[in-house]
Design a protein around this ligand. Structure first.
Ligand code: AMP
Length: 631
């Protein structure tokens, strides 16, 4: 094996040679004729002309060697259900689901929107789409009806797959009234809604849409649906993510590049081998779920563990018991989960036999040093951070342990992964930063295989959002600040835009502001991210009301705050709910009317906002201070 440095250099200097070699990890029904088409930057096409299929590579291909190996272990501590599926059984379930979808008119290139809890059928449905060449768009089950409606209108699915309910922390979340409302709001209407009945809640879905899954599954029980061989650059899925505007962007992924990138990452970053068991504690609604619950472990012939529940129910030892019971080798989660577990009885961790576990991977938000040190010490295993985004699909920064055992450095997720030409750039000049100098983390053209191809239905937005913010250079911006040291390790210093990260979930402050503004009492609002010991960040909302007289006393103010939180729950979903709603009579702004968000966030974190020469009225800062102090 070459050194990390040589390996990375080759991937940047000669991506064709590098990725041609990596492409051998997957099956191509028709070989590609060009590794990389760079004729239309910043767009890049990988493995042009090659035909392949994600479902074939994730499932069918393994039937020869591992038909009887578990492909999926499903555990729900919400319902008490535990199921195992071998690769052969998984193949059968996916074929049933694909046949059902086909009977409902789903074809190659069409969209299927999945609004599903963590149940095995969610995985079957994603892979059934892949099999048919249909484009799945998974919407996180925590999103409310208006957010769901916006995604329905953007993706225009022919089919929606949903369930009667989700469950979290022992509470059943009825999905069908929510779906009804979303469909009533959406302009686009799917031909059908396929309902997986978990028998957790009464079905209340409007009957004209409804198709029950179970009878159709019986009807197509013995179906074999051939894989559609897709050109490598056809879309495999759309996954919506938040940005600075109120309108979420549909991140488009391809087929061949994604398969190759994930398969390579399993060796070089996650060091997972066929036959291993991997437990990624995330949700299928997020990118970590797409890549490391579903596709990567299966592409590489592992057993994937899919878990519905929280890390602390029935108690804080549940995850460690899963490790023991299922001989889990690799675990992947977000730091928030560990901060939650840290508050539990530490003895719970010692009660289970963790000898099968090799490494715990973490991503999605900054890993603070106390949490990192606590878990590494408690587990006695390597804890490995990695940094990436919905857009990239796999780690930008990591410790590529499968290439070279580089020592981790506390506070840094690691070095640029092979394929990523990472530089730090001065925000004002676009010049490269020197080691130790803070800059925007940028990636050179082309993005490696597996990364975002475009914004769904909006190529211009892909270029203007991601490739136009570094002055003088056409570079991809991550919108994260960072510092790179002499050895190439990067430390992440937070977002450059108005995106916040609550418990590893990415939210646009603008989306929360729009939800709050829909309340009749609100004249103006600013939402900022504030550091939180458990969730990393939480949202604080500073609200200017239309009629201050109405909210003069505490009771009226508290009532309004709770109403506003409910408004966010209804408009966006509980994940967007601000931790605090504070009434102010004025927001700090510049003379040109721009909100001084960084100043507000500083005050909320108990820091001084620094010099603000452009502020219109400095007394607005005092009002924010007073509101925070409860005055
Ligand atoms: P998402 O697209 O939801 O995965 O969110 C991506 C964002 O989460 C990044 O742009 C970062 O701001 C943050 N993030 C992800 N992983 C890390 C990490 N390991 N350390 C620090 N921040 C991270």
């Amino acid at each position: 094996m070459p050194s990390y440095r040589d390996f990375h250099r080759l991937s940047i200097d000669d991506p064709e040679t590098f990725w041609r070699e990596q492409a051998r990890r997957i099956h191509w029904d028709t070989p590609f004729d060009t590794v990389l088409d760079r004729s239309n930057p910043p767009f890049a096409r990988w493995f042009v002309g090659g035909r392949t299929n994600l479902c074939h590579n994730a499932v069918d291909r393994h039937l020869a060697d591992r038909a009887q190996q578990n492909a999926l272990v499903y555990v729900s501590t919400e319902t008490g259900i535990e199921r195992r599926y071998t690769y052969a059984e998984l193949y059968a379930e996916i074929n049933r689901m694909a046949a059902v979808m086909r009977s409902l008119g789903v074809k190659r290139g069409e969209r299927v929107l999945l609004y599903l809890p963590m149940i095995p059928e969610a995985l079957f449905a994603m892979l059934a789409c892949a099999r048919l060449g249909a484009i799945h768009s998974v919407v996180f089950g925590g999103f409310a009806a208006p957010s769901l409606a916006a995604r329905i209108d953007d993706a225009k699915p022919v089919l929606i797959v949903t369930a009667d309910a989700g469950a979290r922390g022992g509470k059943v979340i009825d999905y069908t009234p929510l779906m009804d409302e979303a469909l009533a709001r959406a302009k686009h209407q799917p031909a059908h809604v396929l309902l997986i009945d978990r028998q957790l809640a009464p079905e209340r879905l409007n009957a004209t849409y409804l198709v029950a899954y179970e009878p159709l599954r019986e009807q197509f029980f013995d179906a074999h649906v051939p894989c559609e061989w897709l050109e490598s650059n056809e879309p495999s899925y759309v996954l919506y993510t938040s940005g600075t505007t109120g309108k979420p962007k549909g991140v488009v992924r391809d087929v061949g590049g994604y398969a190759v990138a994930l398969a390579a990452s399993m060796e070089y970053i996650f060091q997972g081998r066929a036959g291993d068991t991997m437990f990624t504690a995330s949700d299928i609604g997020w990118v970590v779920g797409h890549s490391y619950i579903i596709y990567a472990p299966l592409l590489a012939g592992l057993t994937t563990v899919m878990y519905e529940g929280t890390p602390i129910r029935p108690d804080g030892g549940i995850w460690w018991r899963l490790v023991e019971q299922h001989r889990i080798n690799l675990m992947f989660t977000a730091p928030t989960a560990l901060r939650v577990l840290k508050k539990q009885d530490p003895a719970l961790l010692k009660k289970s036999d963790l000898s099968s576990l090799r490494t715990l991977f973490l991503a999605g938000e900054p890993l603070d040093e106390p949490t990192s040190a606590w878990i590494a010490d408690a587990l006695g295993k390597p804890v490995v951070d990695n940094y990436w985004q919905t857009e990239t699909g796999w780690p930008i920064l990591a410790i590529p342990g499968g290439v070279e055992a580089l020592p981790p450095k506390l506070g840094s997720p690691g070095v640029p992964s092979y394929g990523y030409d990472v530089t730090l750039r001065n925000e004002a000049t676009g010049d490269e930063c020197t080691p130790g100098e803070k800059g925007v983390i940028a990636i050179g053209y082309p993005l490696p295989p597996g990364c975002m191809k475009t914004v769904w239905g909006d190529d211009a937005r892909f270029v203007s959002t991601y490739w136009s913010s570094v002055p003088g250079h056409q570079l991809y911006s991550t919108f994260d600040w960072g510092i790179q040291d002499e050895d190439g390790y990067v430390t992440i210093l937070g977002r450059t835009d108005d995106v916040i990260n609550v418990a590893g979930h990415r939210l646009g402050t603008r989306e929360i502001e729009e939800a709050l503004s829909s309340h009749a009492a609100v004249a103006e609002v600013a939402v900022v991210g504030v550091t939180d010991v458990v969730k990393g960040q939480v949202a604080f909302a500073f609200v200017v009301v239309r009629d201050a007289q109405q909210f003069a006393d505490d009771k009226a103010r508290n009532k309004l705050a709770s109403e506003l939180m409910k408004t966010v729950d209804r408009q966006l979903g509980a994940i967007g709910r601000p931790a605090r709603v504070l009434l102010v009579s004025m927001l700090p702004k510049t003379r040109s009317g721009k909100l001084l968000r960084r100043a507000i966030a500083a005050l909320a974190e108990g820091r001084e906002p620094g010099d603000l020469p452009t502020i219109e009225d400095a007394s607005a800062l005092t009002m924010v201070r007073d509101a925070l102090a409860g005055r």
